[in-house]
Design a binder for this molecule. Structure first.
Ligand code: ADP
Ligand code: MG
Length: 574
């Protein structure tokens, strides 16, 4: 391995040469405190930036051993370091020529603490994956600038972010403890018969529709109602009181603009642990909770939606429903059945993004449209059976109709951003109804499907499939998958990892008869074992091209992405 002085000289010697000559710096270099690998060299200063990897041994980094053997602490530290590196990288970035010359970047994290491929820490050491824009003016290499970037700024970055002594220990400890507390809270949900927990004092509203940071001023902090308060234990913050949302059917009601959707959003995001100061860091939800919404225009591939939609016009099959262009109600019906197929344990629905005819149908409409002309059995007539037959709970926001009063186990009213339990009042109103709604009997079949392997895009010849992820739009070759309605995806890095997982599943498991559920089991187990890196296609073909831009995801989002692939074809398994 060449040492850093040789590397520095090599870069200086490239001054004014053609950009193409940068290819010669691919390789590993030894610095006093760490090793630097140049894994990929960009083609020109405007192209996707070059990829480097930094490895620093624990003898140098010196993180407390106690943390390095605790998987939860490892995730939290890696996440913390990623945020530190992102900050320092930004401060070290300066314009060093054309295009991206001089950029130093690491994939930016959201408010969620996730396992990502950008940084990992273990007992031996730390590995960080960054991108740099190799400096040039036009196509002329700026060699001295490259030497300054790679041999001065990168060591500075390592010095300030990857050594324990350089970090704010109290801050880092808080990051780890917040993560561990949230994990502990989530573990107590099932034993307590809960699907979600919102701690007293939580700050739920966000700064804006496009800014996930907490609303700083004017936010009313969450006050759990006395009747539904529950106390859970945490390892670092003692006993915490909060609103416990029970298994079964929960209805959230309240006047417009009183905070219903804000509460529901916090619940649906409670599948993730959040950074300290997020305001939702003690809001936790069952890891199998899935946000269901209408998404007209999406495609559907061979889903049995007959439990909720039957006898479609023109004799269209609803027990094996496919369309390139679903309606609001059929998209939501397919989404429901797909979520159950993929193992969802809780369904979360907001009236703001639901199809009204999927959710309810009032008596006047029943009088006008004959039952045989209405294919939809509204969800209100299925939601109980979904829990009773399949053990899947539901949390639904519905401010515009009282139809769910009769079927809800708990009714929460939001008033001035605060919850009250109004179950009894709602039940009394439902019972006073002269014509109570009849339940429709059993939920119906969830028919498993198998993916036809030929329906998944593959690379051309021996070239790997081109994958691009940008702002929740995924490109798999020429297939475009819109993921904006998959609301529990929070980082583009997750979408990219899912794309690789689909390619991986195509290579290893999709065979036209293995049920999708089993494929999801296998893929998730493989990732658990081999880490996100095992998704890199080049790992298999021998030429490792480790990506620093992947993040962990759930099987539910993997399934949701696959189900939105327009070329997807499935067969049902009897
Ligand atoms: P609803 O769904 O009941 O119509 P929203 O949840 O959309 O209401 O909230 C309406 C507005 O109130 C949003 O702008 C939201 O950010 C704000 N808001 C929600 N909860 C709080 C709170 N606890 N403190 C301050 N503002 C809040
Ligand atoms: Mg709303």
């Amino acid at each position: 391995m060449a040492n850093w002085q040789t590397f520095q000289q090599q870069l200086i010697d490239l001054e004014s040469r053609s950009y193409r000559d940068y290819k010669s710096i691919k390789g590993d270099y030894e610095f006093p405190d760490f090793n630097l690998s140049v894994d990929y060299v960009q083609g020109d200063p405007f192209a996707a930036p070059s990829r480097i990897r930094l490895k620093i041994a624990q003898q140098v980094a010196r993180f407390p051993t106690l943390w390095l053997t605790d998987y939860e602490a490892q995730i939290a530290i890696a996440d913390y370091l990623t945020r530190q590196v992102a900050q320092v990288a930004q401060s070290l970035t300066k314009k060093r020529g054309s295009g991206k010359s001089g950029n130093i970047e690491i994939s930016a994290p959201s408010q969620a603490i996730l396992r990502r491929s950008a940084i990992w820490i273990e007992t031996e050491g730390i590995e960080a994956r960054l991108t740099v824009g190799l400096p040039a003016f036009g196509r002329r290499i700026a060699g001295k600038a490259a030497a300054a970037l790679l041999c001065e700024d990168i060591p500075r970055l390592v010095e300030r972010t990857l050594k324990f002594a350089a970090l704010n220990e109290a801050d880092l400890t808080r990051h780890i403890h917040t993560f561990q507390d949230a994990e502990a809270l989530r573990r107590q949900l099932v034993p307590n018969g809960l699907v979600a927990f919102i701690a007293a004092g939580a700050c739920l509203p966000r700064r804006s529709g496009i800014d996930e940071r907490p609303l700083a001023e004017q936010a009313d902090l969450f006050v759990p109602p006395a009747e539904a308060s529950i106390v859970l234990e945490t390892p670092h913050s003692g006993r915490i009181r909060g609103l416990g949302i029970r298994q079964g059917v929960t209805l959230i009601v309240g006047g417009g603009y009183h905070g219903k959707s804000t509460l529901l959003k916090a619940i649906e995001q409670g599948i993730y642990n959040h950074v300290p100061g997020d305001g939702r860091h003690q809001v936790v939800t069952d890891a199998g909770a899935f946000k269901l919404r209408a998404e007209d225009g999406r495609s559907v591939a061979g889903v049995d939606i007959s439990p909720v939609i039957d006898h479609l016009p023109r004799g269209r099959q609803s027990d094996n429903f496919s369309t390139p262009n679903a309606s609001g109600s059929t998209s939501q019906a397919a989404g429901l059945m797909e979520a159950i197929e993929a193992g969802a344990t809780v369904i979360v629905i907001d009236e703001d993004t639901a199809a009204t005819n999927f959710m309810i149908r009032d008596r006047k409409m029943q009088a006008l449209i004959a039952p045989e002309k209405e294919p939809i059995t509204p969800f209100v007539e299925k939601v109980r059976a979904l829990y009773d037959d399949h053990g899947v709970s539901t949390i639904v926001v519905m401010g515009g109709s009282g139809d769910y009063f009769a079927v809800a186990d708990t009714v929460i009213a939001m008033e001035d951003y605060q919850p009250q339990i109004v179950t009894e009042q709602a039940k009394a109103i439902a019972q006073a109804d002269p014509q109570p709604r009849q339940s429709e009997g059993p939920f119906g079949n969830v028919t498993p499907r198998a993916v036809l392997p030929g329906s998944i895009p593959v690379g051309k010849g021996d070239r790997a499939l081109k994958i691009k992820a940008r702002q929740m739009v995924l490109m798999l070759g020429s297939e475009i998958i819109d993921l904006k309605a998959v609301e529990q995806l929070v980082e583009t890095q997750q979408a990219r990892a899912i794309a690789l997982a689909i390619v991986y599943a195509q290579r290893h498991y999709f065979n036209g008869h293995l049920p999708l559920e089993a494929v999801l089991d296998n893929v998730m187990a493989d990732i658990e074992q081999g880490g996100l890196d095992m998704l890199s296609p080049e790992i298999e073909s021998g030429e490792a091209r480790l990506s620093g831009n992947l993040a962990e995801f759930r099987r539910l989002e993997l399934a949701a992405t696959l189900n939105r692939l327009r070329s997807l074809k499935t067969v049902q398994i009897a």
